[in-house]
Write a protein that binds this ligand. Structure first.
Ligand code: UDX
Length: 445
């Protein structure tokens, strides 16, 4: 018996961040899981028990479930169609390259169309990839047209809310589970899939497909708005000689506001928030909801402005001209506990500084191989000290816990100029200043 009583046969299409985590967590709930990807190398790696990205706790759980015989990988859609009672579509929906910010849905439609011809009996297809409102209906139409079982194939939308670095925890014990459905049978089957977390008291919310699609992008837009809000407060604090961290602590104590996602700094990056708010803006424009277009445009503009602010501070600290100046950058990942450099504020800033002629040395505990693929022109340093050797300026741009343990005295002895910009507002400025550093923090005195 699985942890949830009823063992289901679950397929997962796509083994990227979302799909691999979902497949492993479904197996860990006790289900039989078969995962498929069009990338043969990804499949081979996962089948050997290796995760292709840095995610604390995922690899041991992958191995545990492979060893238990609950999780397998394949490259055959025929096998997947035959196997699954429930098929989760977990492929990427990146930002389209047309410049309008809309989502590229080609992977989602390809996955549905590759699966559909192999659906010979009543089954449930579940969309998990983040999609614009209305996409589920379009997937249903395509699946019904191509599946031998036709309208016996039901559809649900079950958004994920996982954060990188906490993917396992967020998948197994989420704050809520959302079921967008068009039938009671689909709702029941989804509740059987998630029987264990639901039994532990996690709320399961059933709704129509469109609302479920909007819940996901609304949640990410709210988080993005909250971050941009505190970042404009940082600008106001800076203009007034006030301290944005004290302000965030003071307003965050109010339970209606909450301190989470109120950390100022470089703003949001990564593979989700930026592309999701842009796709949501494109969807709002399509539907003529101009107020939402305006809101999300402002949130995005404020967010990108944070990068300019740090570059301006750096330029100012170096006498107005970056060419030939040595800059050490601490952090390349878009946030700590991740090796993801997609839309990373720190890597974007590093690249722009180098483009202006600075000699940039980047350090990151885990993200350097990924960063080097995107910006091979930057120097990647083995240690913080290696990066800072002879530096005219040190930038702290990803708030890894390791960086809080840096000894400012020791670092001061190897730099040319003891000037630090703390773009993430998390280092102890008093300690650095006591060690002889000039510390500049956007939004703090
Ligand atoms: C996010 C959502 O949290 C998750 O629910 C969704 O499913 C996917 O997108 P993730 O991209 O992993 O997850 O990162 P998250 O921890 O949410 O951080 C997003 C970005 O916001 C990071 O760049 C982070 O540095 C930044 N951030 C976060 C802030 O600048 N300030 C904060 O207070 C919080």
């Amino acid at each position: 018996m699985g942890r949830n009583g009823r063992i289901l046969r679950i397929s997962v299409i796509g083994t990227g961040y979302l799909g691999l985590t979902h497949a492993v967590c479904m197996a860990d709930l006790g289900h039989q899981v078969l995962a498929i990807d069009v990338d043969a190398e990804k499949i081979a790696k996962a089948a050997r028990g290796e995760t292709p990205f840095f995610e604390p706790g995922l690899e041991p759980l992958l191995r545990k479930n492979l060893d238990a015989g609950r999780l397998r990988f394949t490259d055959s859609f025929a096998e997947v169609g035959e196997f699954g009672d429930v098929h989760f579509i977990c492929v990427g929906t990146p930002q389209a390259k047309d410049g309008g910010g809309s989502a590229d849905l080609s992977y989602v439609f390809s996955a549905a169309e590759a699966l559909a011809p192999h659906l010979n009996r009543a089954t449930l297809v579940v969309g998990k990839s983040t999609v614009p409102v209305g996409t589920s209906r379009e997937i249903i139409a395509r699946v019904h047209a191509a599946a031998p079982a036709g309208e016996l194939v039901d559809y649900a939308f079950n958004p994920e809310f996982l954060r990188e670095g906490y993917a396992v925890q967020d998948s197994l014990t989420p704050d809520r589970i959302v079921f967008g459905v068009t039938s009671d049978a689909a709702d029941e089957l989804m509740r059987a899939v998630y029987a264990a977390p639901l039994a532990s008291g996690i709320p399961g919310l059933t709704m129509d497909l469109e609302t479920a699609e909007l819940v996901k992008v609304a949640a990410n837009s709210f988080l993005a708005t909250k971050i941009s809000f505190i970042n404009v407060m940082a600008e106001m604090c800076e203009a007034s000689g006030a301290d944005v961290i004290k302000l965030a602590d003071a307003i965050g104590i109010d339970e209606r506001i909450g301190r989470k996602f109120l950390s100022p700094g470089l703003g949001f990056g990564g593979g989700c928030l930026p592309k999701d708010i842009r796709a949501f803006r494109a969807a709002a424009a399509d539907k003529g909801v101009d107020s939402l277009v305006d809101l999300l445009t402002t949130v995005d503009t404020i967010n990108l402005g944070r990068r300019d602010r740090v570059i301006n501070l750096a330029r100012g600290a170096l006498g107005g001209d970056l060419s030939g100046k040595r800059i050490a950058v601490l952090g390349a990942a878009f946030k700590p506990n991740s090796d993801d450099i997609r839309d990373s504020p720190s890597l974007a800033i590093s690249g722009r500084l180098a483009d202006e002629g600075a000699i940039v040395a980047v350090h990151d505990p885990v993200a350097m191989p990924n960063a080097a693929r995107v910006r091979p022109d930057l120097r990647y340093a083995d240690s913080v000290h290696d990066a800072a050797q002879g530096a005219d300026l040190v930038l702290h741009l990803t708030e890894w816990a390791d960086y809080r343990a840096i000894d400012p005295d020791a670092l001061r002895s190897i730099v040319t100029n003891p000037v630090l910009i703390d773009g993430r507002c998390t280092l102890d400025a008093a300690v650095w200043r006591a060690a002889g550093w000039t510390v500049l923090i956007p939004g703090r005195p």
